[in-house]
Write a protein that binds this ligand. Structure first.
Ligand code: ADP
Length: 485
């Protein structure tokens, strides 16, 4: 085997400690797969107030230490814990992280720059020098920026290579440029063309300053080179691509956690060889959400953040056609008020057909994956998407728009060849979505064809094994680039 590496993951959220979306799944489960390859991987996230310190055994990692902020410094704590053998560090500051939510504050940029600065200070203090820092999304882009500029002069930081993973290119962390003084970068970085006068764009900085950049699927890595998908970042990304520093690596899911044969939330365990038993989960789901308990009706599941990205406008436009059919629809999600209200009103209009839960509920999510027949993800764009992968693993057949990771992971059903594990459509229109839904609903009546779809989805391997090896290669490439440039 190649020389094991020391790798530090930086993210705003990570399972099992705190989760808002798929970012947490990745920063929680990829380290485990990399550790299985022999690497010393550690994770650092903010110690958000919502993290259950007692449950995870968080304890002080060292004595409080001063973190430079502007011309001042702030005494800060780091805690640590380990789940499944992966060490995790938590940066605690009451002012920045003692809040009710993980994101959504005017000073988010400052909060996460503080986090980055604190992590850097902490690892130097404990003397743990990673070979690679792997930063995820704009929240942690400060770190590769600092390493490539102000931090270069420090012999502790100079050898550390950086990898930057784009989970969603549309979130930029844009903020006023006084942040540069706050983060110790003033005089070290130049203004970028993509930044409006007086502003700093952290997504752009992460792309520019890291040794290598990747996106969370091959298709998305291509899409973000176009103005339609790049949210203004295509120029920078094309330049990185021309230097061979950009690639796509599809996310996996933790097959130990997401396993219908052992999932503690399911009424009935099953696998690809015992799919008949799955009917019990469908009935249990219907009972729990208050819909008629019937095996013959297709149950469509949807679990998602309720935001524009996820296709709720084209979905809204097909609802009348959908509910004219004999179907059931179970939605779990939170997000934009307008979608929460519009979809929250469905059960009143269609009490026998629609059940809607506006909340975050990990247990109910598993019951929907394990009990629904179809799983909807009509996304406008989808960097990778985990919902469709979990759905396939649980025998729920995805109906998805062929974009980003959805295109890479869901092969379209081909009845003549008996291939495919879902239903896909290309155009981002309600008619195209409806055509895919109609195909799915028609096929649902053909029990044998449906069973084939389920089995192929369940047998496909979207565990981390293959992608972790690709990250291994990417880290070595980053180290090479870092040495040679
Ligand atoms: P994104 O990261 O854009 O939110 P992904 O499909 O990559 O989308 O990941 C979403 C993850 O969050 C999935 O594991 C999904 O099951 C979970 N999830 C989303 N909303 C909820 C919710 N309201 N309750 C429970 N789990 C949810």
């Amino acid at each position: 085997m190649n020389q094991p590496l020391k790798i530090l993951f930086l993210a705003a959220e990570a399972t099992p400690y705190i989760k808002v979306g798929g970012l947490a799944d990745v920063s929680g489960s990829l380290p485990k797969a990399l550790r299985a390859l022999g690497h010393d991987v550690r994770v650092a996230i903010p110690r958000h107030k919502q993290i259950d310190g007692a449950r995870f055994g968080l304890k002080l990692a060292n004595s409080p230490f001063p973190v430079p902020v502007g011309a001042d410094s702030k005494l800060t704590e780091a805690l640590d814990a380990a789940v499944d053998g992966t060490p995790a560090y938590f940066i605690w500051d009451e002012y920045y992280f003692g809040r009710d939510k993980v994101y959504g504050y005017d000073d988010d940029a400052q909060r996460f720059v503080f986090f980055g600065r604190a992590v850097l200070t902490f690892i130097k203090q404990i003397g743990w020098q990673p070979d690679v820092i792997h930063a995820h999304d704009w929240h942690t882009a400060f770190v590769p920026t600092w390493l490539a500029t102000a931090g270069k002069a420090d012999p502790f930081f100079a050898p550390i290579a950086s990898v930057y993973t784009i989970h969603n290119v549309t979130y930029h962390g844009a903020t006023g440029n006084t942040i540069l003084r706050f983060g110790g970068l003033e005089g070290h970085v130049k203004h970028l063309d993509v930044e409006p006068p007086g502003a700093v764009n952290w997504m752009a900085r992460g792309i520019l300053h890291s040794d290598v950049v990747n996106a969370v699927s091959k298709r998305y890595a291509q899409e973000i080179l176009t103005p339609e998908y790049s949210a203004g970042m295509d120029g920078l990304l094309k330049a990185r691509n021309a230097e061979k520093r950009l690639c796509g690596i599809v996310n996996g899911v933790d097959y130990d956690v997401f396993d219908p044969a052992t999932d503690p939330y399911l009424a009935q365990h099953f696998d690809a060889a015992s799919l008949d038993a799955r009917a019990l989960n469908k009935a249990a789901l219907q009972r729990e959400v208050g819909l008629p308990i019937r095996d013959d009706v297709p149950v469509m599941g949807l679990i998602s953040r309720l935001v524009d990205q996820k296709g709720f406008d084209i979905l809204s436009a097909v609802l009348d056609r959908l509910f004219a059919r004999d179907v059931q629809f179970v939605l779990l999600g939170t997000g934009d008020k307008s979608y929460e209200e519009a979809f929250g009103a469905l059960p009143k209009r269609f009490p026998q057909k629609a059940a809607v839960f506006i909340k975050f509920d990990a247990a109910l999510a598993q019951k929907i994956y394990g009990g629904s027949d179809l799983f909807l993800m009509p996304s406008r764009f989808e960097p990778c998407g985990l919902g469709q992968i979990i759905a396939m693993r649980y025998g729920s057949v995805p109906v998805v728009r062929a974009t980003g990771g959805l295109a890479d992971t869901v092969p379209d059903y081909d009845p003549t060849k008996g291939k495919g594990s879902g239903f896909t459509f290309n155009e981002y229109t309600s008619d195209a979505l409806w055509a895919a839904l109609e195909r799915a609903l028609d096929t649902f009546r053909d029990k044998k064809a449906w069973r084939g779809l389920q089995e192929r989805g369940m047998k496909a391997d979207w565990s981390w094994a293959a992608s972790a090896k690709k990250y291994d290669e990417l880290y070595r490439k980053a180290i090479e680039f870092h040495k040679n440039h």
